[in-house]
Design a protein around this ligand. Structure first.
Ligand code: SF4
Length: 125
């Protein structure tokens, strides 16, 4: 006659209260899961933020006369502008010269256009 699990005749039966605790307890597993989730969110969150393009309408961008196309720089308002200046040849540009966009410390994690320009431009090199 088959025995029911947990009955007194099943030699492999152990009441819950006497079982050895698994070192990877539910709490540890949950903690690892949350740490992984947090790490992933941070990574992807920063990555998404880093890929945000600076918009010309941004108040800080407007105050510096930032344009995504240097040829559209307001030369009357910013007489320092000269043809050939753009973010890709500015000392503050953090992308490679051929990159379509890259970082600029003036605008935090947002990307500026390689062909962009602002009045803080300083020749690289
Ligand atoms: Fe572009 Fe240089 Fe102005 Fe930054 S400081 S937005 S890299 S021109």
């Amino acid at each position: 006659m088959p025995t029911r699990a947990g009955s007194g005749t099943d030699p492999s039966f152990q009441p819950l209260s006497t079982r050895k605790r698994n070192p990877m307890s539910t709490h540890a597993t949950r903690r690892i899961f949350l740490m992984t989730l947090s790490s992933a969110a941070t990574t992807f969150g920063l990555e998404a933020l880093a890929q945000t393009q600076l918009e010309e309408k941004d108040p800080q961008a407007m105050s510096l006369g930032y344009v995504t196309d240097a040829t559209k720089a307001d030369a009357k308002k910013f007489p320092k502008y000269a043809a050939g200046q753009d973010c890709s040849n500015c000392v503050l540009y953090q992308g490679k010269q051929a990159d379509a966009s890259g970082g600029c410390p003036l605008f935090g994690a947002r990307q500026v256009a390689g062909k962009g320009w602002c009045s803080a431009w300083v020749r690289k090199g």
